[in-house]
Design a protein around this ligand. Sequence first.
Ligand code: UTP
Length: 301
Amino acid sequence: MKKVRKAVFPVAGLGTRFLPATKAIPKEMLTVVDKPVIQYVVDEAREAGIEHFIFVTGRNKAVIEDYFDVQFELYDTLAQRGKDDQLAHLQRLQPAPGQTSFTRQQTPLGLGHAVWCARELVGDEPFALLLPDMIMQSETGCMKEMVELYERTGGNVIAVQECDPADAHKYGIVGKGETVHSGFEITAMVEKPKRGTEPSNHYINGRYILQPEIFSILEGQERGAGNEIQLTDAMLKLLKRQPFHGYHFQGRTFDCGSPEGFVEANIAFALWRSDMHERMVDLVDTLFADLTPAERGRKSR
Ligand code: UTP
Protein backbone atom coordinates (compact mmCIF):
# COMPACT_ATOMS: atom_id res chain seq x y z
CA MET A 1 0.00 0.00 0.00
CA LYS A 2 1.36 3.43 -0.96
CA LYS A 3 1.96 5.90 1.87
CA VAL A 4 0.07 9.23 1.92
CA ARG A 5 2.90 11.72 1.37
CA LYS A 6 1.22 14.67 -0.34
CA ALA A 7 -1.60 16.98 0.65
CA VAL A 8 -3.69 19.25 -1.57
CA PHE A 9 -5.13 22.52 -0.27
CA PRO A 10 -7.67 24.09 -2.66
CA VAL A 11 -7.58 27.83 -1.94
CA ALA A 12 -9.00 29.22 -5.18
CA GLY A 13 -12.59 29.85 -4.03
CA LEU A 14 -13.99 33.37 -4.19
CA GLY A 15 -15.07 33.50 -0.55
CA THR A 16 -18.28 35.40 -1.28
CA ARG A 17 -19.72 34.54 2.14
CA PHE A 18 -16.96 36.62 3.67
CA LEU A 19 -17.32 39.82 1.67
CA PRO A 20 -16.25 42.59 2.02
CA ALA A 21 -13.15 41.20 3.83
CA THR A 22 -12.34 38.87 0.91
CA LYS A 23 -12.23 41.77 -1.56
CA ALA A 24 -8.65 42.30 -0.39
CA ILE A 25 -7.69 39.32 1.84
CA PRO A 26 -7.98 35.63 0.94
CA LYS A 27 -10.24 34.02 3.55
CA GLU A 28 -7.47 31.51 4.26
CA MET A 29 -5.30 34.39 5.54
CA LEU A 30 -7.82 35.65 8.10
CA THR A 31 -6.38 35.03 11.54
CA VAL A 32 -7.80 32.78 14.22
CA VAL A 33 -6.23 34.21 17.39
CA ASP A 34 -2.73 34.86 15.96
CA LYS A 35 -2.29 32.45 13.05
CA PRO A 36 -3.85 32.51 9.58
CA VAL A 37 -6.51 29.86 9.03
CA ILE A 38 -4.30 28.15 6.42
CA GLN A 39 -1.54 27.58 9.01
CA TYR A 40 -3.86 25.46 11.18
CA VAL A 41 -4.60 23.20 8.24
CA VAL A 42 -0.97 22.87 7.14
CA ASP A 43 -0.04 22.02 10.76
CA GLU A 44 -2.73 19.32 10.81
CA ALA A 45 -1.31 17.82 7.60
CA ARG A 46 2.23 17.93 8.94
CA GLU A 47 1.14 16.17 12.16
CA ALA A 48 -0.29 13.41 9.91
CA GLY A 49 3.12 12.83 8.33
CA ILE A 50 2.56 14.76 5.10
CA GLU A 51 5.82 15.65 3.36
CA HIS A 52 4.65 17.81 0.44
CA PHE A 53 2.08 20.62 0.49
CA ILE A 54 0.29 21.47 -2.78
CA PHE A 55 -1.76 24.67 -2.96
CA VAL A 56 -4.29 25.25 -5.72
CA THR A 57 -4.53 29.03 -5.75
CA GLY A 58 -6.27 31.66 -7.85
CA ARG A 59 -6.12 35.37 -8.55
CA ASN A 60 -5.62 37.57 -5.47
CA LYS A 61 -4.17 34.62 -3.50
CA ALA A 62 -0.45 35.34 -4.02
CA VAL A 63 -0.11 36.41 -0.39
CA ILE A 64 -0.53 32.73 0.60
CA GLU A 65 2.65 31.86 -1.31
CA ASP A 66 4.47 34.80 0.31
CA TYR A 67 3.27 33.71 3.73
CA PHE A 68 4.97 30.31 3.42
CA ASP A 69 8.22 31.87 2.17
CA VAL A 70 11.20 32.75 4.38
CA GLN A 71 10.96 36.42 5.42
CA PHE A 72 14.70 37.03 5.53
CA GLU A 73 14.67 40.66 6.78
CA LEU A 74 12.18 39.84 9.53
CA TYR A 75 14.11 36.77 10.71
CA ASP A 76 17.34 38.74 10.69
CA THR A 77 15.81 41.61 12.69
CA LEU A 78 14.34 39.19 15.26
CA ALA A 79 17.76 37.54 15.64
CA GLN A 80 19.52 40.91 16.07
CA ARG A 81 16.99 41.95 18.73
CA GLY A 82 17.47 38.70 20.62
CA LYS A 83 13.85 37.61 20.04
CA ASP A 84 14.95 33.99 19.78
CA ASP A 85 11.65 32.46 20.95
CA GLN A 86 9.64 34.29 18.30
CA LEU A 87 12.18 33.39 15.63
CA ALA A 88 12.14 29.71 16.63
CA HIS A 89 8.32 29.75 16.61
CA LEU A 90 8.24 31.15 13.04
CA GLN A 91 10.81 28.63 11.88
CA ARG A 92 8.81 25.74 13.34
CA LEU A 93 5.75 26.82 11.33
CA GLN A 94 7.75 27.19 8.10
CA PRO A 95 7.70 24.36 5.52
CA ALA A 96 11.20 23.14 4.56
CA PRO A 97 12.73 24.20 1.21
CA GLY A 98 11.09 22.32 -1.67
CA GLN A 99 8.18 21.09 0.46
CA THR A 100 5.55 23.36 -1.14
CA SER A 101 4.14 23.59 -4.67
CA PHE A 102 1.65 26.08 -6.06
CA THR A 103 -0.58 25.75 -9.10
CA ARG A 104 -3.47 27.90 -10.29
CA GLN A 105 -7.10 27.17 -10.92
CA GLN A 106 -7.59 29.87 -13.53
CA THR A 107 -11.38 29.85 -13.27
CA PRO A 108 -13.20 28.88 -10.05
CA LEU A 109 -15.36 26.12 -11.57
CA GLY A 110 -15.84 24.29 -8.29
CA LEU A 111 -13.99 22.14 -5.77
CA GLY A 112 -13.82 19.12 -8.10
CA HIS A 113 -12.13 21.23 -10.75
CA ALA A 114 -9.69 22.72 -8.19
CA VAL A 115 -8.65 19.21 -7.11
CA TRP A 116 -8.21 18.15 -10.76
CA CYS A 117 -5.82 21.11 -11.23
CA ALA A 118 -3.41 19.36 -8.80
CA ARG A 119 -3.22 16.13 -10.87
CA GLU A 120 0.31 16.63 -12.26
CA LEU A 121 1.71 17.62 -8.87
CA VAL A 122 0.12 14.65 -7.10
CA GLY A 123 0.95 12.04 -9.76
CA ASP A 124 0.08 8.38 -9.34
CA GLU A 125 -0.24 8.10 -5.55
CA PRO A 126 -2.88 8.52 -2.84
CA PHE A 127 -3.15 12.02 -1.42
CA ALA A 128 -4.71 13.90 1.45
CA LEU A 129 -7.15 16.68 0.63
CA LEU A 130 -7.85 19.34 3.25
CA LEU A 131 -10.35 22.14 2.69
CA PRO A 132 -8.55 25.05 4.26
CA ASP A 133 -11.56 26.97 5.47
CA MET A 134 -12.55 24.07 7.76
CA ILE A 135 -10.36 24.00 10.85
CA MET A 136 -10.51 21.38 13.56
CA GLN A 137 -9.93 21.31 17.29
CA SER A 138 -9.01 18.00 18.95
CA GLU A 139 -6.17 16.44 20.93
CA THR A 140 -5.09 14.38 17.91
CA GLY A 141 -5.51 15.87 14.44
CA CYS A 142 -8.33 14.64 12.22
CA MET A 143 -5.97 13.82 9.32
CA LYS A 144 -3.58 11.88 11.57
CA GLU A 145 -6.47 9.65 12.68
CA MET A 146 -7.55 9.24 9.05
CA VAL A 147 -4.06 8.18 7.95
CA GLU A 148 -4.06 5.57 10.74
CA LEU A 149 -7.38 4.20 9.45
CA TYR A 150 -6.12 4.31 5.84
CA GLU A 151 -3.05 2.28 6.81
CA ARG A 152 -5.40 -0.53 7.91
CA THR A 153 -8.04 -0.30 5.17
CA GLY A 154 -6.38 1.21 2.06
CA GLY A 155 -8.79 2.68 -0.50
CA ASN A 156 -10.30 6.10 0.14
CA VAL A 157 -11.13 7.66 3.51
CA ILE A 158 -13.49 10.54 4.25
CA ALA A 159 -13.98 12.24 7.62
CA VAL A 160 -17.57 12.83 8.68
CA GLN A 161 -19.48 14.36 11.55
CA GLU A 162 -23.11 14.37 12.52
CA CYS A 163 -25.30 17.39 11.81
CA ASP A 164 -28.84 18.26 12.77
CA PRO A 165 -30.91 16.17 10.28
CA ALA A 166 -32.80 19.37 9.39
CA ASP A 167 -29.52 20.84 8.08
CA ALA A 168 -28.41 17.80 6.03
CA HIS A 169 -29.52 19.43 2.75
CA LYS A 170 -26.71 22.01 3.17
CA TYR A 171 -23.84 19.48 3.11
CA GLY A 172 -22.23 16.56 1.32
CA ILE A 173 -23.81 13.55 3.05
CA VAL A 174 -22.70 9.89 3.15
CA GLY A 175 -24.62 6.64 3.66
CA LYS A 176 -23.31 4.44 6.52
CA GLY A 177 -22.61 0.71 6.19
CA GLU A 178 -20.74 -1.90 8.28
CA THR A 179 -18.08 -0.98 10.86
CA VAL A 180 -14.52 -1.45 9.55
CA HIS A 181 -11.70 -1.07 12.13
CA SER A 182 -12.17 2.42 13.65
CA GLY A 183 -14.33 3.52 10.70
CA PHE A 184 -17.26 2.34 8.61
CA GLU A 185 -18.03 1.42 5.04
CA ILE A 186 -19.48 4.29 2.98
CA THR A 187 -22.40 3.09 0.86
CA ALA A 188 -23.58 6.34 -0.76
CA MET A 189 -22.67 10.00 -1.19
CA VAL A 190 -24.68 12.99 -2.25
CA GLU A 191 -23.92 16.70 -2.40
CA LYS A 192 -26.64 18.89 -0.86
CA PRO A 193 -29.41 16.25 -0.96
CA LYS A 194 -33.00 17.36 -1.43
CA ARG A 195 -34.86 17.40 1.89
CA GLY A 196 -36.22 13.95 2.72
CA THR A 197 -33.70 12.11 0.50
CA GLU A 198 -30.64 12.32 2.80
CA PRO A 199 -28.99 8.88 3.29
CA SER A 200 -27.97 9.91 6.86
CA ASN A 201 -27.03 12.99 8.87
CA HIS A 202 -23.28 12.31 8.51
CA TYR A 203 -21.74 15.19 6.62
CA ILE A 204 -18.34 15.34 4.96
CA ASN A 205 -16.31 17.78 7.05
CA GLY A 206 -13.57 18.73 4.57
CA ARG A 207 -10.90 16.03 5.05
CA TYR A 208 -10.29 13.25 2.52
CA ILE A 209 -7.70 10.64 1.54
CA LEU A 210 -8.21 9.85 -2.12
CA GLN A 211 -6.72 7.49 -4.68
CA PRO A 212 -5.29 9.07 -7.86
CA GLU A 213 -8.01 7.43 -10.03
CA ILE A 214 -10.21 10.36 -8.95
CA PHE A 215 -8.35 12.58 -11.45
CA SER A 216 -9.44 10.69 -14.58
CA ILE A 217 -13.04 10.81 -13.32
CA LEU A 218 -12.80 14.55 -12.62
CA GLU A 219 -11.42 15.07 -16.13
CA GLY A 220 -14.84 14.34 -17.62
CA GLN A 221 -16.98 15.39 -14.67
CA GLU A 222 -19.97 17.55 -15.59
CA ARG A 223 -21.24 20.42 -13.48
CA GLY A 224 -23.55 19.49 -10.61
CA ALA A 225 -25.11 21.32 -7.64
CA GLY A 226 -24.59 25.10 -7.82
CA ASN A 227 -23.48 24.69 -11.47
CA GLU A 228 -20.02 23.72 -10.14
CA ILE A 229 -17.85 20.67 -10.83
CA GLN A 230 -18.50 18.78 -7.60
CA LEU A 231 -15.94 16.51 -5.97
CA THR A 232 -18.73 14.48 -4.35
CA ASP A 233 -20.19 13.56 -7.76
CA ALA A 234 -16.78 12.26 -8.90
CA MET A 235 -16.27 10.35 -5.63
CA LEU A 236 -19.65 8.68 -6.11
CA LYS A 237 -18.38 7.29 -9.43
CA LEU A 238 -15.15 6.12 -7.78
CA LEU A 239 -17.23 4.42 -5.05
CA LYS A 240 -18.46 1.96 -7.72
CA ARG A 241 -14.82 0.87 -8.32
CA GLN A 242 -13.01 1.28 -5.00
CA PRO A 243 -13.86 1.09 -1.28
CA PHE A 244 -14.53 4.27 0.69
CA HIS A 245 -14.40 4.32 4.47
CA GLY A 246 -15.77 6.94 6.80
CA TYR A 247 -13.85 8.17 9.81
CA HIS A 248 -16.17 9.65 12.44
CA PHE A 249 -14.24 12.67 13.74
CA GLN A 250 -15.09 13.42 17.38
CA GLY A 251 -13.51 16.87 17.72
CA ARG A 252 -14.86 20.31 16.82
CA THR A 253 -14.97 21.66 13.26
CA PHE A 254 -15.30 25.36 12.44
CA ASP A 255 -16.30 26.60 9.02
CA CYS A 256 -14.08 29.66 8.78
CA GLY A 257 -15.53 30.41 5.34
CA SER A 258 -18.57 31.88 7.12
CA PRO A 259 -18.41 34.82 9.54
CA GLU A 260 -20.24 32.88 12.28
CA GLY A 261 -17.90 29.88 12.06
CA PHE A 262 -14.88 32.16 12.01
CA VAL A 263 -15.96 34.03 15.17
CA GLU A 264 -16.72 30.70 16.88
CA ALA A 265 -13.25 29.44 15.94
CA ASN A 266 -11.61 32.54 17.41
CA ILE A 267 -13.45 32.14 20.71
CA ALA A 268 -12.87 28.37 20.86
CA PHE A 269 -9.14 28.56 20.04
CA ALA A 270 -8.59 31.44 22.48
CA LEU A 271 -10.35 29.41 25.21
CA TRP A 272 -8.20 26.37 24.25
CA ARG A 273 -4.92 28.28 24.70
CA SER A 274 -3.43 27.90 28.17
CA ASP A 275 -1.94 31.44 28.06
CA MET A 276 -5.36 32.99 27.29
CA HIS A 277 -7.88 30.64 28.85
CA GLU A 278 -8.61 32.45 32.14
CA ARG A 279 -8.81 35.89 30.57
CA MET A 280 -11.12 34.62 27.86
CA VAL A 281 -13.50 32.90 30.30
CA ASP A 282 -13.76 36.18 32.26
CA LEU A 283 -14.22 38.15 29.07
CA VAL A 284 -17.01 35.95 27.69
CA ASP A 285 -18.82 35.98 31.07
CA THR A 286 -18.44 39.75 31.46
CA LEU A 287 -19.47 40.61 27.93
CA PHE A 288 -22.63 38.59 28.28
CA ALA A 289 -23.43 39.88 31.78
CA ASP A 290 -22.94 43.49 30.60
CA LEU A 291 -25.46 43.28 27.77
CA THR A 292 -28.40 45.62 28.28
CA PRO A 293 -31.92 44.13 27.95
CA ALA A 294 -32.21 45.92 24.60
CA GLU A 295 -28.95 44.38 23.37
CA ARG A 296 -30.03 40.91 24.50
CA GLY A 297 -33.23 41.25 22.51
CA ARG A 298 -31.42 42.39 19.35
CA LYS A 299 -31.74 39.83 16.59
CA SER A 300 -30.09 41.77 13.75
CA ARG A 301 -28.63 45.16 12.99
P1 UTP B 1 -16.55 26.98 -0.78
O1 UTP B 1 -17.77 26.18 -0.97
O2 UTP B 1 -16.31 27.53 0.59
O3 UTP B 1 -16.56 28.14 -1.86
O4 UTP B 1 -15.33 26.11 -1.23
P2 UTP B 1 -15.82 29.53 -1.87
O5 UTP B 1 -15.93 30.09 -3.23
O6 UTP B 1 -14.42 29.40 -1.34
O7 UTP B 1 -16.61 30.42 -0.81
P3 UTP B 1 -18.07 31.09 -0.88
O8 UTP B 1 -19.06 29.95 -0.81
O9 UTP B 1 -18.15 31.89 -2.13
O10 UTP B 1 -18.10 31.95 0.34
C1 UTP B 1 -14.82 25.02 -0.47
C2 UTP B 1 -13.32 24.93 -0.71
O11 UTP B 1 -13.06 24.71 -2.09
C3 UTP B 1 -12.20 25.71 -2.62
C4 UTP B 1 -12.37 26.90 -1.68
O12 UTP B 1 -11.19 27.70 -1.69
C5 UTP B 1 -12.57 26.20 -0.34
O13 UTP B 1 -11.37 25.80 0.25
N1 UTP B 1 -12.64 26.03 -3.99
C6 UTP B 1 -13.97 26.15 -4.27
C7 UTP B 1 -11.69 26.18 -4.97
O14 UTP B 1 -10.46 26.08 -4.72
N2 UTP B 1 -12.12 26.44 -6.24
C8 UTP B 1 -13.44 26.57 -6.56
O15 UTP B 1 -13.75 26.78 -7.75
C9 UTP B 1 -14.38 26.42 -5.55
